[in-house]
Design a binder for this molecule. Sequence first.
Ligand SMILES: [Zn+2]
Length: 350
Amino acid sequence: MTDSTARPGLLERLAAGPVVCAEGYLFEIERRGYLTAGAFVPEAVLDHPEAVAALHRDFLHAGSDVMLAFTYYAHREKLRVIGKEGVLEELNRTALRLAREAAGEGAALVAGNLCNSNIYVEGDGASARDVRAMFDEQVGWAVDEGVDFIVAETISFVGEALLALEAIKASGLPAVINLAIHRDPRTRERLSVAEAGRRLEDAGADVVGLNCARGPASMLPLLAPLCEAVSCHVAALPVAYRTGEQEPTFQSLSDPRCACLPEGRPFPTALDPFTCNRYEIAEFAGAARALGVSYLGVCCGASPHHIRSMAEALGRNPPGSRYSPDMSAHSYFGTSDKVSAAYREFAREL
Ligand SMILES: [Zn+2]
């Protein structure tokens, strides 16, 4: 079990400075070949735990302060859709243990993870009860496995986010509540992000924010009003893709330069040409931090190099920074006088 006396908890860390949380396990594990795009159920937790553990370690090395249990879409509804409800608890507990083991290799916190249920219907009491029961069972396993706090993420109804928040608060653990905002820059109830943030803060959220769906460029404009509206901590974890005003979400991106897209759109398996570089992620981290955001990370599309650049932009020096770029010794572009002058001269011909 985690020893809460040995390491500062989430709220203590946030009071002292920014916290980095790597997300995007679903996309990265899919890209590495251990998970099926479409259903997007993290069966890799049971089928290839070594792959999940490796990604946790990569993110830890890159500077993530949080090991987020890979239980995204490991909920009853998703497992029902793929006919595997029988492994629901084993999947959750194994994912939580993998996160805890990795966290123990550094000084990271362990977070449980809830997400959009895909069955929530606004104003429908029966669906709210089903959703709450799904959240309650996942929170129960997370508490059992000794998490430090719980994240509810990629939820686009405030009503559904409040159900997740109530389930987490009942456990007594800190709650991070992150909304996913689609093309319409409001929740699915058509509430502004600021109003949504206020309602979640009023209901006891320790951190409120945005994650997934939008990339840095289209998430940043929503953060200023959110930071102004709440006094609790604010989170921002964009997807690592170049979204913009016209196509603000990664689902809405189009790629007219490619004629071989099986779905006719880049989402979810052909987003490669839109991937943000590490400098864009670092720039986002600085801009979001300047607005007052204190819980920062990257969601779908995140790779360890993004997390390392984000951590460095926030003044951190993670283990992976030992290998951060140093072009001075490059064979052609280097500035070291140990590099052949003739080769440096040839750089312009490359
Ligand atoms: Zn995401």
